[in-house]
Design a binder for this molecule. Structure first.
Ligand code: ARG
Length: 275
């Protein structure tokens, strides 16, 4: 081990070593990346690079101007500010996010995708403290409401590929031996499009995204039933990236403490549920 002149260098080297140990393409990362004042190593100097999977309003979606905005974006902006850099968002399929592949390969520093913390994902990702509570919900077209999955026997039910909603529905269908045709869509937009055009009788996804969709398309779709899966969202970093994880957790904690979290919640989600 060569002599290190100051801590900044030490941190850079430690992170570069971690990349190599992690088996990722760690070379060149040291040249193109950057280390912030607080000793956090980033894949690109001056930026906090975020992987997400669009669209997933109100957590992340493009506004009129094409800018990616939302609840998660606002929270990660706080992390970026704490690091003295700006957030850059990479849109990439959910599979690579939840499997850890994107973080491991150095595509991004952090994943923010309305992603539920699960034991399986914890094996391949390091999650922040939970920052949002969610449940699953069944949406149907207005006037075609069903209250139970049993009523969907013989029909097509849409889910989003790779998500906890898909897993929950597949579990229920199996457990209750329901003859429902579960159809998987690659993203939320495709799922919502399928529901709107009658390709499917109902669609399951996280409740807040249906609430948002109904706000944007009043009268067309309703939340017909809810499934209390008790999910919690977490931001994720590459396994072992303790420095960045600490900064993420500190930024969330500070936002909760000083009212910023509530403001962001009110802006993107709406009124906070009691209890
Ligand atoms: N909360 C669900 C899950 O973690 C869905 C997340 C989908 N997010 C997205 N940005 N496409 O499986």
């Amino acid at each position: 081990m060569k002599m290190l002149r100051h801590a900044r260098q030490a941190a850079t080297l430690a992170a570069a070593t971690m990349l190599v140990i992690g088996g990722a393409a760690g070379c060149a990362k040291e040249d193109t990346g950057g280390t912030t004042e607080s000793g956090v190593t980033l894949i690109k100097a001056g930026a906090l690079t975020t992987c997400t999977h669009l669209p997933y309003a109100p957590f992340q979606s493009k506004d009129q101007t094409g800018k990616v905005v939302g609840f998660d974006v606002a929270l990660i902006d706080l992390v970026a500010a704490k690091l003295g850099v700006t957030q850059e968002i990479v849109d990439t399929p959910f599979e690579g996010i939840k499997s850890g592949a994107d973080l491991n390969s150095g595509k991004c520093d952090v994943a923010a995708a309305g992603m539920t913390i699960t034991d399986e994902r914890k094996k391949v990702l390091d999650f922040s403290e939970p920052y949002f509570d969610a449940t699953q919900a069944l949406a149907t077209q207005t006037g075609k409401e069903v209250k139970t999955l049993e009523e969907l026997v013989g029909k097509r039910l849409g889910v989003q590929g790779g998500t906890t909603g898909e897993e929950y529905i597949n579990g229920q269908v199996k457990e209750k031996s329901l003859d429902i045709k579960v159809v998987s869509y690659r993203d939320l937009a495709a799922l919502q499009q399928a529901l709107a055009t009658n390709q499917i009788e109902g669609a399951v996804n996280d409740l807040p995204v249906w609430n948002e969709y109904i706000k944007a398309n009043p009268g067309k779709v309703v939340v017909a039933a809810g499934f209390d899966t008790g999910e919690q969202y977490g931001f994720a970093v590459k396994k072992g990236n303790a420095q960045l994880l600490k900064t993420v957790n500190e930024a969330i904690a500070a936002a909760r403490a000083d009212g910023t979290y509530d403001k962001i919640y009110a802006q993107w989600i709406g009124e906070k549920p009691v209890g």
